[in-house]
Design a protein around this ligand. Structure first.
Ligand code: F6P
Ligand code: MN
Length: 323
């Protein structure tokens, strides 16, 4: 069976030449990252980097390596006006006439690195509409504006999952030729859920609405939902959302009373928006308890947001518990 390669798919789907270079640049650098991950301890690249990022999180060596690789790869592309990364305090200017801005989480779920579990790279491509030189304000566009969004999941196989606004397509890396080949063109999230994904250890810190929603899921057939639900938590958003794109369900990372001033844990511009774009493109819903995430006007590149996403009916039910 002959499968489309990623470049063939982009050309067939009339993605602009500039946007193609951005997506192909990200795909190429992800192969290098996947090779570094595969070497693991043999390359001496596991463990802490000994520094904190702007979010106050301890950086892993591979967070820094992946960040540098992606930043350098994007900076070479004339189509890229500027980039913003989870691991960089400020936005970084690139080419003065580039048409696109790229935000990224170089290695999502990086606490999984040292246990040889799944991690991923998340990216969001926005049009550049401001004037030179690029500044943070240019990036502060609602997720709805994304020209493309996607992620690379470094798992038993390496997969690139992409949307340019026309559905969601999954590609798998052929490790013999180092090319991404199309493996699923019909990604769709069923409206009803049988599975949910949340870090249950935080239960006592959630809002009353979230506590009673999750209690009712756990009560299963014996509770008000009259239905059993299964639970899964990989602790890497990229892997938990990948499962939802593959077989449905609801994912949430809610607000937490331990840091009441913090909206949530996940970051709007390089986690919730790109993953949310994919989920909406696959027919799912993406909300905070107040409204749709892709409509939020960002105020800061590192802003956080509570996230409820996945199966359309289940997300609505969860939001209703907050009213
Ligand atoms: O990037 C933040 C992140 O690692 C997500 O990928 C993941 O969903 C979440 O944090 C895991 O949080 P916790 O440590 O509470 O399980
Ligand atoms: Mn992350």
């Amino acid at each position: 069976m002959s499968r489309s390669t990623l470049p063939e798919f982009l050309a067939q789907h009339h993605v602009t030449a500039d946007l193609q270079t951005v997506i192909l640049g990200l795909a190429e650098v992800s192969v290098t990252i996947s090779q570094a991950l595969a070497k693991g301890a043999l390359a001496g690249i596991l463990g802490a980097a000994g520094a904190e990022n702007v979010q106050g999180e301890d950086q892993k060596k591979l967070d820094v390596i992946a960040n540098d690789l992606i930043k350098d790869a994007l900076a070479k592309l004339p189509a890229v006006r500027g980039v913003a990364s989870e691991e960089e305090t400020d936005v970084l200017p690139c080419h003065t006439d580039g048409r696109y801005l790229v935000t990224f989480d170089p290695l999502d779920g990086s606490s999984n690195i040292d246990i040889n579990s799944m991690v991923g790279t998340i990216f969001s491509v926005l049009p550049h509409t401001g004037s030179a030189p690029v500044c943070e304000q240019d990036f502060l566009q609602p997720g709805r504006n994304q020209a493309a969004a996607g992620y690379v999941l470094y798992g038993p196989s390496v997969m690139l999952v992409l949307s340019t606004g026309n559905g969601v397509t999954m590609f798998t890396l052929d490790q013999d030729s180092n090319t991404y080949l199309l493996t699923d063109a019909e990604v769709s999230i069923p409206a009803d859920a049988k599975e949910f994904s949340i870090n249950m250890s935080n239960q006592r810190h959630w809002t009353a609405g979230m506590q009673s929603y999750i209690s009712d899921l756990i009560a299963g057939k014996d509770g008000p939902r009259s239905k059993d639900f299964n639970m899964r938590w990989v602790a890497a958003m990229v892997a938990d959302v990948h499962r939802i794109l593959c077989r449905g369900g609801l994912f949430t990372y809610p607000w937490d009373s331990r840091k009441p001033e913090q909206a949530g844990k996940l970051r709007l511009m390089y986690e919730a928006n790109p993953m949310g774009f994919l989920v909406e493109q696959a027919g799912g819903e993406v909300w905070t308890p107040e409204g749709k995430i892709l409509d939020i006007q960002p105020e800061h590149i590192h802003q956080r947001v509570p996230v409820i996403l996945g199966a359309a009916n289940e997300v609505k039910t969860c939001v209703d518990y907050h009213k």
